[in-house]
Write a protein that binds this ligand. Structure first.
Ligand code: GLA
Ligand code: ZN
Length: 676
């Protein structure tokens, strides 16, 4: 892994000079002038340049890119240089049809669009390797080259015969024998016992064409698609590693996108990066929008084990693909940008630098709009962001040191999405983890997102909502954590199935049962006309959607249900275990309960709060380097907010000394610094 530390925060975005090839003498020159004016120090290039770099099979033209790279270097702008595999030229599909994906219904796609190549196609792999090798060799020593941007928003699957063959190979490696696969997939059900790996086809879901119900088959396919993609990613970076061993690689991800286990991809790269497109409203709903971004920023930092990440794309104004595309109200861009830094990003990058005149993104927000003028509100706000990033430059490279971890594991997500029970197809895994994230962050702390493979020893509190699928090794790890004094919070729907999505032969939460000190007898799905209630610490709360009925087995009941045949049964329990303890929440509740619970749990765990007495919509995070602590006070409400900091600090931008209560303007962020 290459440890990347930039001396400054990166500011820039996707730059597509090839769209202006015929006006390059004027437009390219103006681009550089505007970039300097806006405080832009980084531009991502080459993402969709394949047909200019290789206009015909084997015929390469790098002259134009040489010029772009030279322009960047001359203007002290770093290049985030992309491999072009996100979209391919027409000749490539015409000449090598195996690069075209097949749909779940086994239909070969035709040319068009992007992000739609078969990752198993030897032709595609060869062509990508060839062009990546040439790019790497040509620009290895170019002064502008700073980061490799691999492909673009890798996504989705292909069901062609080549992918089927690789899937079968993958299954053979995982299960060894077909008998073992049959047992793990419970294939005695519906007479599905295979006699050879060659008989296994990828699931066709959502189509009923073939296999679309087996949880194990679907889970295996999801896992295969991630592994096949990581393999493709490693193939893409091999020539880059060889020619440029010191240049970090990243691939831009998409938050909670369900198609790939981003922890596996994140751990394969040097820096993780992602594209954040919140649907800001410009009114009080922005508090919830902000929380969603906060959660995803934390997740995208988590997938690379908490190292600083890059905000690779964000819109400087409206996006164009929501059904209602609002422009950013004044100040929102600054908020959106500083929020990324607050959560651990070392960059603020936009999509896009200059809007094209045509194509489906002609109306997407851009630093320079179609008028080509810098005299716009958006350009001025981008320039303000550039100036702010310079003021807070010491933050670059600093890291988080959170004491609380929240589990978001793609295996849990997939297994729940696939599972035929409760609210089939709508288990709300992401929403639930988000609710816990929101409630935790309202306490005045930063949060680390983890998966079941993450190291957890250093945390004081681990929260694992709906940890439905327990991967090999996780229960031992969590048991040790609690034994050693950690506090664990578990919820309903945890520990139901093993790594292969087979249920256990003991009461839920199975492998976690001894830690939780309860036995789950039944789990109920409540429709929106059915609720229940419970009283805890004198306050009455509502239960909705999912509720478990369980029996105490060592745990202490803190609250029981009130109504129906549930009455008196445990809703909230705590179980001392070793030097730590485990809280168990048996049903889904609203945010007010989670906030009250975490207030107590964090206090018991002795978690140091970064700020207290925060008004509605105010959140706080911190980053650290050797000498300093940087505290970010974020107010996403459209009213003035306040928070109390726990020690004297200085505003990094204004120099103001803050001791105690601090005011934060509506929809804005303050960066405070103190000695560590
Ligand atoms: C994604 C892509 C970009 C662009 C933007 C538009 O993030 O990576 O190429 O399409 O969306 O929002
Ligand atoms: Zn394929």
């Amino acid at each position: 892994m290459i440890q990347s530390k930039f001396p400054e925060l990166l500011h820039g975005g996707d730059y597509n000079p090839e769209q202006w090839m015929k006006q390059k003498d004027t437009i390219w020159r103006q681009d550089m002038e505007y970039a300097r004016k806006a405080g832009i120090n980084t531009l991502s290039i080459g993402i969709f340049s394949w047909s200019f770099l290789e206009p015909e099979d084997g015929v390469y033209d790098f002259a134009w890119m040489d010029e772009v790279m030279d322009n960047l270097a001359a203007n002290e702008i770093k290049a985030v240089l992309a491999t072009p595999s996100g979209a391919r030229p027409p000749w490539l599909a015409e000449k090598y049809p195996s690069v075209l994906r097949m749909t779940n219904e086994r239909m070969r796609r035709v040319y068009g669009g992007r992000h739609n190549s078969c990752l198993s196609s030897p032709d595609y792999r060869r062509k990508v390797t060839e062009i990546n090798t040439r790019l790497a060799q040509r620009y290895a020593n170019h002064p502008a080259l700073a980061i490799w941007h691999i492909s673009n928003e890798y996504n989705n699957d292909c069901h062609c015969p080549l992918c089927q063959a690789r899937f079968q190979e993958w299954l053979r490696a995982r299960y060894g024998t077909i008998d073992q696969l049959n047992d793990c997939w419970w294939n005695s059900f519906w007479s599905h016992r295979y006699t050879s790996f060659e008989q296994v086809e990828s699931p066709t879901s959502p189509s009923w064409l073939g296999e679309n119900e087996s949880p194990a088959a679907q889970l295996a396919w999801k896992r295969f698609c991630t592994d096949n993609l990581v393999d493709f990613f490693n193939m893409e970076i091999a020539p880059l590693r060889q020619a440029t061993p010191d240049i970090p690689v990243t691939a831009n991800m998409m938050g909670t996108f369900t198609g790939l286990d981003y922890y596996k991809l994140g751990r394969a790269m040097d820096i993780s990066s992602w594209d954040n497109y919140p649907q800001w409203t410009g009114d009080e709903r922005d508090v919830a929008v902000s929380e969603q971004s906060a959660f995803k920023h934390d997740l995208m930092r988590g997938v690379s084990d908490q190292k600083p990440f890059l905000l690779m794309e964000s819109s400087p104004s409206a996006v164009n693909w929501f059904s209602c595309n609002r422009i950013r109200t004044p100040g929102t861009l600054m908020y959106q940008s500083m929020q990324a830094i607050a959560h651990g990003s070392d960059s603020v990058q936009y999509f896009q630098f200059r809007a094209g005149r045509g194509g489906s993104e002609q109306y997407h927000g851009a630093v320079i709009n179609h008028t080509g003028s810098a005299n716009t509100r958006v350009f001025r706000e981008v320039t303000d962001v550039g100036a702010a990033l310079k003021q807070i430059a010491p933050v670059a490279g600093s890291v988080t040191r959170n004491q609380v971890a929240l589990l978001y594991d793609w295996n849990d997500r997939w297994a729940l999405d696939i599972a035929w029970f409760l609210h089939r197809g709508n288990q709300k895994y992401e929403e639930t983890v988000l609710d816990h994230h929101a409630a935790l962050s309202m306490q005045g702390i930063g949060i680390d997102m983890i998966d079941q493979d993450s190291e957890i020893d250093a945390y004081r509190v681990v929260v694992a909502p709906m940890a439905y699928l327990i991967r090999d090794g996780f229960s031992e790890k969590i048991e040790k954590f609690v034994q050693n004094g950690g506090r664990l919070v578990l919820t309903y729907a945890s520990g139901y199935v093993n790594e292969e999505s087979l249920t256990f032969q003991e009461p839920n939460p199975c492998l976690l049962h001894s830690i939780a000190g309860i036995r789950v007898d039944e789990i109920d799905a409540l429709d929106d006309r059915r609720t229940n209630h419970f009283i805890w610490n004198g306050k009455r709360y509502e239960v909705k959607e999912v509720a478990e009925l369980s029996t105490l087995d060592g745990a202490k009941q803190l609250a029981g249900y009130e109504e129906q045949f549930y009455a008196e049964k445990p809703m909230l329990t705590v179980h001392p275990y070793g030097d730590g303890c485990c809280y168990y929440i048996a049903a889904r509740t609203d945010a007010d309960f989670l906030c009250d619970l975490y207030d107590k749990v964090l206090a018991e765990a002795g978690i140091s709060l970064l700020a207290t007495e925060m008004t509605d919509g105010v959140k706080v995070t911190a980053r650290y380097d050797g000498d300093n602590q940087y505290v970010f006070l974020m107010n996403s409400s459209h009213a003035k907010g306040t928070a109390t900091v726990t020690k004297p600090m200085r505003d990094l931008q204004t120099g103001e000394l803050i001791d105690g209560m601090c005011t934060v303007q509506p929809m804005s962020i303050r960066v405070l610094v103190s000695a560590n």
